[in-house]
Design a protein around this ligand. Structure first.
Ligand code: PEP
Ligand code: MN
Length: 273
């Protein structure tokens, strides 16, 4: 199974880059399943229903999110109606919408997708992400109810992300980190067969501070006096993601590659499709 994950779309430039490139990637690579993180897609703060649907039309099968999921208030409403829209699974009971779902890929595979959020340097009062992940993969095991298990782990601390990767190694096809907006060079297949990357990076303008115009972040670090809002950077965006060939027999990863298309970052594409 040919799987592609794209990292946090940041603002209009990130959206436009994904919406123009993803249809071609789906076609050229004959992708079976695509997940895109959309939590910063509305000006950097959350996602609207229109953007969600446009992301699906561009070729995403599922849209994940993170700490900004409710920034656009309409998400509180459409989350409950849209099973392909995921908010962090470890929000306390009663949160609107779903944190996981079982979906059918183009090749007929049953794909379990979950969006889980870290707690280190994030909201500490979330349910335990490790207990949540353990329950999920035990309730819908890879190789039994699911032919592939994909987890977007939205977290700040690399230690928490790497620990989650090893904790689930062999019980998931892909554990990919999001949130920091910086692609890490540690994409690999762990010893138990799970594809892992600490952070896929953002789909956004890299002439920025994490996808936001750099002036205000610099100002706040230098003067400690806020002078304006953070605005999404408007320059040409680079798409960052993770490409994984998942075994149809075991559901574990066979090949993994970073994907980086656009200015400023060194281009990387899978060489196995
Ligand atoms: C990019 C970050 O946050 P956000 O969730 O605001 O995108 C971050 O804090 O690394
Ligand atoms: Mn985030």
């Amino acid at each position: 199974m040919r799987f592609l994950f794209l990292g946090d779309m940041v603002g209009r430039s990130g959206r436009n880059a994904v919406f123009s490139a993803l249809p071609g990637l789906v076609c050229d690579y004959r992708l079976d399943f695509v997940v895109v993180n959309g939590e910063n897609s509305a000006g950097g703060f959350g996602i609207t229903e229109d953007i969600f649907h446009e992301t699906l039309r561009a070729g995403a099968d599922v849209v994940t999110t993170g700490n900004h999921v409710w920034d656009q208030r309409e998400a509180l409403e459409f989350a409950a109606r849209e099973e392909r829209f995921l908010r962090p699974l470890n929000y306390p009971k009663g949160a609107p919408g779903n944190g996981s779902g079982l979906f059918e890929a183009k090749n007929g595979a049953r794909v379990l997708v979950a969006n889980i959020m870290g707690r280190v340097f994030m909201a500490p009062d979330l349910d335990d992400p490790f207990a949540c992940a353990d329950y999920l993969v035990s309730a819908c095991p890879l190789g039994e109810q699911a032919d592939a298990v994909i987890i977007d782990f939205h977290a700040e601390a690399t230690s928490e992300k790497q620990s989650m990767g090893h904790f689930l190694d062999g019980r998931a096809s892909v554990i990919v980190g999001t949130h920091t907006h910086v692609p890490t060079a540690d994409h690999q297949i762990l010893t138990g067969g799970t594809a892992y990357q600490s952070d896929a990076g953002m789909c956004g303008d890299y002439d920025s501070s994490l996808g936001m115009e750099k002036e205000e972040p610099i100002n706040r670090f230098v003067t400690k006096v806020p002078r304006g809002r953070f605005e999404a950077a408007q320059g040409p965006a680079t798409i960052c993601g993770l490409a994984v060939e998942i075994s149809d027999r075991t559901g574990l990863a066979e090949k993994v590659s970073a994907l980086r298309i656009g200015p400023r970052l060194q281009e990387q594409r899978p060489d196995f499709w």
